[in-house]
Design a protein around this ligand. Structure first.
Ligand code: NDP
Length: 329
């Protein structure tokens, strides 16, 4: 089976790529530059069934028309996840939304053999910010972020990002309904994703979600921060969900909330200090111990359909911190 994987230089995609190759897929990976392709090649044996297509900007018209040719399945992860934005439309909304519709259109036009497309969406497409802590609610695949376009283009970077994921996912479901393509889609909707990094990244290039743990352990915070989004999942489970979704018919035209559970940064700082005593003095221990109740999360559908066995917070934090301690040194 030939799989097209977009955004292969990313944190989550790095793990998806690893699993696809381990499972025997032939992978065509898209990255933005030949230097990124050259680097990724060094992570795998020379005879790995891995090739690359350069897609500099997923928002560009017809970005994927060449990359899709000849593939059997598609995993679309590429989408900007950062808050360094000057123009929410150009920096976040366009690449998220146009990137999604353009890969679907390319598959329909140039790869009629494609039957399955898995798209990385987000808890951002489920959460309703206006409801706040919403203690009586349990988030699941049934929820949709009601963000409006007016809010999407406003000056709140967190809303800009969440809207980019919401409108991108909506665009995918709309495409399916209007265009009636040969393929089905599955969306993977994780909250904050943590865990070990496959790629050799640095404190400057660490992805947005792992940066939350990095800043907790590197001595830059005086007190334990509050968790604005108190739900998390390990990157290995997220990657596994993408690949399992390609392989089970149960996942056809389904969304999956891939969530291990809830957390507080106090729990994480306790795990870090218990397992990495050398970080004593750097990791904050005081503050943000809140007893207020927040919404619950339901991962039962992902367990039932995709067979996900969730990695514990302790394991995830330990495995990531093993890499982060080298940066502290
Ligand atoms: P990364 O920043 O590590 O990965 C993002 C990937 O998208 C990179 O490969 C990046 O390429 C690529 N990309 C972004 N914008 C463009 C563009 N305009 N043109 C081409 N490529 C682009 O983050 P993650 O791995 O965390 O994110 C992957 C996906 O997971 C995203 O869709 C994100 O929204 C989603 N997600 C992430 C969560 C998290 O907590 N990490 C939670 C929920 C969803 P390059 O590196 O070259 O810029």
């Amino acid at each position: 089976t030939i799989a097209l994987l977009t955004g292969a230089s990313g944190f989550i995609a790095g793990h998806v790529l690893k699993i696809l190759l381990e499972k025997g897929y032939t992978v065509r990976a898209t990255v933005r530059s030949t230097s990124k392709a050259d680097y990724l090649k060094t992570l795998y044996p020379a005879d790995a069934k891995l090739s690359f297509a350069i897609v500099e900007d997923i928002a560009a018209p017809n970005a994927f028309d060449e990359a899709v040719k000849g593939v059997d399945v598609i995993v679309h992860t590429a989408s900007p996840f950062h808050f360094k934005i000057t123009d929410p439309v150009k920096d976040l909304l366009d690449p998220a939304i146009k990137g999604t519709t353009s890969i679907l259109q390319a598959a329909k036009n140039f790869a009629p053999q494609v039957k399955r497309i898995v798209i990385t969406s987000s808890f951002a497409a489920l959460i309703d910010a206006s409801k706040g802590d919403w203690p009586e609610h349990t988030y699941s695949e049934a929820d949709w972020n009601p963000v409006t376009w007016e809010e999407a283009i406003g000056n709140n970077p967190s809303t800009n990002y969440r809207a980019s994921k919401t409108f991108a996912e909506k665009a995918a479901w709309d495409f399916l309904e209007k265009e009636k393509p040969n393929f089905t889609i599955t969306t993977i909707n994780p909250p904050l994703v943590w865990g070990p990094m496959v790629h050799d990244v640095t404190p400057e290039t660490v992805n947005t979600s792992n940066a939350n743990i990095w800043t907790l352990v590197n001595g830059s915070q005086a007190s334990v921060p509050p968790a604005h989004v108190p739900a998390w999942v390990d990157v290995r489970n997220v990657a596994e969900a993408h690949v399992n979704a390609l392989e089970t018919s149960k996942a056809e035209n389904q969304r999956y909330f891939i969530v291990a559970g809830k957390f507080t940064y106090k729990e994480i700082s306790d795990i870090v200090l218990k397992n990495f005593p050398e970080l004593n003095g750097k990791v904050p221990t005081e503050g943000a111990i809140s007893t207020k109740k927040v919404y619950d999360v339901d991962n039962s559908k992902s367990k039932a359909d995709l067979g996900i066995q969730y990695i514990s917070l302790e394991q995830s934090v330990i495995d990531l911190t093993k890499q982060l301690v080298n940066w502290v040194k």
